[in-house]
Design a protein around this ligand. Structure first.
Ligand code: ZN
Length: 299
C-alpha cells in the first residue's frame, strides 16, 4: 500500500460504515508510532501534524516543510493505505504552504471570518489544492474548548444543515468538519454529549464525508454511535500527548545514565521509543473503536 488520497480513504469508510482516525503527531516518533499502530491493526490511517496548539511562526518558516517531508515518506512506505494531513492551518497562507510540502490533505479552520470571506478563502484553497492533487477538509463552525478544567463555549455553535450543504456545494471541499457537541482538548473529567440526531441529518444531506474533531474527550460508546450515525473521520490529539507524557515519564524514571541511549537512539532503553510504544497501543485501541481495524488484507 502507500500514500492514498483522503477522498479514497473516506469513501470506503462511508460505504462500510466505519471511520478512519486522524492521529495528530508532533514529532517523528509520533508519526512512526501511528503508522506502527495502523500496520498492526491492518487499518487505513491518516497521519500528520497540526497547527491548533503549535507556534505558527515556526510552522511557517520550517515546521510544515520538515513534517510534510517526514509524513509523506512514512505514508509512502506504510504497508496499509495512509493519507498525510496538515491539520488546522490558521490562515489561507499557511494552508497553501502545506500543499507543496508533501501533505496530500490540508485543513483550514474558520478563523472567525465572516461567512462570505471564509467561503471565498476556502474556494481559493480548494482550487489551489486540487490542482496539486491535494484534498481539503473544510470547517466553518468553531468547537468549544476545555481550558484549565472549564469548557469554554466562546463562539461555538452546532452545525446548521442548510449551511453545511451550501458550504460544501460552493467550496468543493472533500470532507467537512462539523460541530456536533464534541469539545477540543478534553482528556477526562468531562464527557460531551454528541448530537447524534444532527449527525444523521448532516450525513443524509451533505454530499461529502463528515469529520468529528475533539475525539480525545468522547467516550468509546459515543464514538461508536457517532460512526453509526454517519461520521467517517475522527481526529485525536490531546489524549495522544497525555499517553506519550505518561509513557515518557515512566521510561525516564527507569532510564540509566547513558543519555545517548535514552534520547533518540531507537535502541532498547530509548525513553522516547518507550513512550511511542504506549502511543501505538492507544492508537490501536481507537482504531478498534472506530471499526477501521482489520479492513486491510495482509501482504
Ligand atoms: Zn481539531
Amino acid at each position: 500500500m502507500t500514500l492514498v488520497t483522503l477522498p479514497e480513504l473516506l469513501a470506503e469508510a462511508r460505504r462500510q460504515r466505519y471511520a478512519v482516525g486522524y492521529f495528530e503527531a508532533w514529532d517523528i516518533y509520533g508519526l512512526e508510532a501511528v503508522v506502527a499502530a495502523a500496520q498492526a491493526e491492518r487499518s487505513p490511517v491518516i497521519i500528520g501534524i497540526g497547527g491548533l496548539t503549535a507556534n505558527h511562526e515556526w510552522l511557517g518558516t520550517q515546521g510544515i516543510a520538515l513534517y510534510g517531508a517526514a509524513a509523506a515518506t512514512l505514508a509512502r512506505s506504510a504497508t496499509v493505505p495512509a493519507a498525510a494531513m496538515y491539520n488546522e492551518a490558521d490562515s489561507l497562507k499557511e494552508a497553501c504552504s502545506a500543499i507543496g510540502a508533501g501533505f496530500n490533505t490540508v485543513m483550514m479552520v474558520g478563523q472567525g471570518l465572516p461567512w462570505e470571506r471564509l467561503v471565498q478563502a476556502t474556494v481559493t484553497l480548494t482550487t489551489e489544492a486540487h490542482r496539486a492533487g491535494v484534498a481539503v477538509e473544510g470547517e466553518f463552525d468553531e468547537l468549544a474548548e476545555m481550558r484549565d478544567g472549564v469548557v469554554r463555549e466562546r463562539t461555538a455553535t452546532s452545525t446548521e444543515v442548510g449551511r453545511a450543504v451550501e458550504f460544501v456545494a460552493r467550496t468543493n471541499v472533500d470532507c467537512l468538519a462539523v460541530a456536533v457537541g464534541s469539545v477540543h482538548f478534553v482528556t477526562g473529567g468531562f464527557a460531551p454529549t454528541l448530537e447524534l440526531g444532527l449527525i444523521r441529518e448532516l450525513a443524509d444531506a451533505v454530499a461529502v464525508p463528515l469529520v468529528l474533531h475533539g475525539g480525545s474527550g468522547v467516550p468509546a460508546d459515543q464514538l461508536r454511535a457517532a460512526v453509526d450515525a454517519g461520521i467517517s473521520k475522527v481526529n485525536f490529539g490531546t489524549r495522544l500527548k497525555q499517553v506519550f507524557d505518561v509513557g515518557l515519564r515512566n521510561a525516564l524514571a527507569e532510564a540509566g545514565s547513558d543519555v545517548n541511549r535514552t534520547y533518540g537512539s531507537r535502541l532498547p532503553g530509548d525513553a522516547m521509543t518507550a513512550a511511542a510504544q504506549a502511543l501505538t497501543e492507544e492508537v490501536r485501541r481507537y482504531m478498534q473503536i472506530l471499526g477501521s481495524s482489520g479492513r486491510i488484507a495482509r501482504g
